[in-house]
Ligand binder design. Structure first.
Ligand code: NAD
Length: 266
């Protein structure tokens, strides 16, 4: 399958180009960047630290979507919304790793999924998707005497908080408990907050250094705690999962799929 990478000069974009080129069954179909990027016109593979391929970074995503089977998007929310519009027009499969989308942008993803297969995941690693399934199971087993806190740490460049993965873990915990996350989520604590409310799902965000992504779902009881932790040591795990998802879309009907669907974890 021919795979295009939008945002191919980004941290994830470069890793994705490398991963597509080293994955059996995947063919690199080209990459795009934002029109103002100094990377336009440069060789996509050379940017990824590989031998030049002659495939130059384009600022025309529509033309890229036309000539590939599936596009992988780890960019910024506004760009992902625009790419979803193009995927809908051209019925091109789309893999979305971008996090921090607002509800209008999410609406465009859902509209695209009515026209083409779309896989969207806050985290494409196998380990984190397993962690989500386990979090749901533990939350369904332990009652509200166990306080749920989601703790995450990422590198200093990350712009959204809590991370998409932390929110995904919160959703998994809420699903396990049979509650609505929006009504129990406690995303910020500062000053005189009062005692913790029973049933809340708390979030704590740490930022620093070059941490790729650490997540813990904590179930704190009175005499014991259960902690489920995942640590990503390389962006390669996300790239590998995203390319796996891209190959999985071959022959799939239009629809919005998760990584749980791709990995058959449900
Ligand atoms: P980054 O800033 O290094 O890369 C983003 C790239 O997108 C940049 O090169 C930027 O120029 C490019 N871009 C912006 N607008 C564009 C447009 N209109 N067209 C094409 N390219 C455009 O960021 P990153 O660390 O690679 O992360 C990107 C996103 O992926 C973030 O939202 C991050 O949270 C998310 N992420 C998700 C996962 C996951 O598994 N789902 C894993 C890691 C990162």
């Amino acid at each position: 399958m021919k795979i295009g990478i939008v945002g191919c000069a980004g941290r994830m974009g470069r890793m994705l180009v490398q991963t597509v080129l080293s994955t059996e069954g995947a063919e690199f179909g080209g990459g795009s960047e934002t029109a103002s990027s100094p990377m336009i016109g440069k060789d996509c593979c050379e940017l990824a630290g590989l031998m030049p391929s002659g495939q130059l970074v384009t600022d025309n995503p529509r033309e890229l979507f036309e000539r590939v089977d599936v596009v992988i998007d780890f960019t910024i929310p506004a760009a992902t919304a625009e790419h979803a519009r193009i995927a809908a027009d051209l019925h091109t499969a789309l893999i979305i790793g971008t996090t921090g989308l607002d509800s209008a942008q999410q609406g465009l993803i859902e509209a695209a999924a009515a026209q083409a297969p779309v896989v969207q995941a806050p985290n494409f690693s196998l380990g984190v998707n397993l962690l989500m399934a386990l979090t749901e199971k533990v939350a369904a087993t332990l009652n509200e005497d166990y306080d749920i806190e989601i703790v995450e740490m990422h590198h200093r460049h990350k712009v959204d908080a809590p991370s998409g993965t932390a929110l995904g873990l919160g959703l998994a915990a809420a699903k396990g408990r049979g509650v609505d996350l929006d009504t129990v989520a406690q995303k910020v604590r500062d000053g005189h907050t009062g005692a913790r409310k029973k049933g809340d799902i708390g979030f704590a965000t740490l930022r620093g250094g070059d941490v790729v992504g650490d997540h813990t779902a904590m179930f704190a009881g009175e005499m014991e705690s259960v902690m489920l932790t995942h640590q990503a040591r390389s962006r390669a795990v996300f790239a590998r999962g995203a390319v796996h998802a891209a190959l999985w879309t071959g022959g799939k009907a239009a629809g919005l799929y998760s990584m749980q669907d791709v990995l058959n974890l449900d």
